[in-house]
Design a protein around this ligand. Sequence first.
Ligand code: CUA
Length: 173
Amino acid sequence: MLQSIAWQLTTVCVILLVLVFGYIAMNANSRSQVAADSVARARSWVFWVLVVIFVPTIGYTLTGLPYSPPNVRTGEPVHVNAVGHQWRWEVDPAQVPSRRSIEFHVTSADVNHGFAIYDADLKVVAQTQAMPGYTNVLHVNFDRPGTYRVLCLEYCGLAHHSMMTEITVTESD
Ligand code: CUA
């Protein structure tokens, strides 16, 4: 939901940006003072529109930090170790129960990787960095059982695109 809103907003902003660039490009050769004035006026208008839109938006989205899932954590967390290698993931255990707090301990054996868990619709469920010499802890609560995919979100060399594995989420009892 939030992701599709962000996607639609980005699309609208990119289209607006292209229109502004197009307008400026088309008026670039006109030497008339009138045109220059109208460009200057449009520019300050666009600036204030952006300020009015983005400052509250940024303030609002920052209140959600650090964006942990809204689910209630139940019981002792299940620990999962995740290690990134060029170019594979080592996730142990690769099977976890649903509706439990899963605590991923994420690190890397070589370079920086991006540890990202995707659901069946290929939407990001959670993500953190896999860094050498450091362990990031990521809490995830899987609502639905099923097969989730782990992809690498940070370019880490030639076979970055093939860095994927699966996590099976089973029905919790
Ligand atoms: Cu590992 Cu990209």
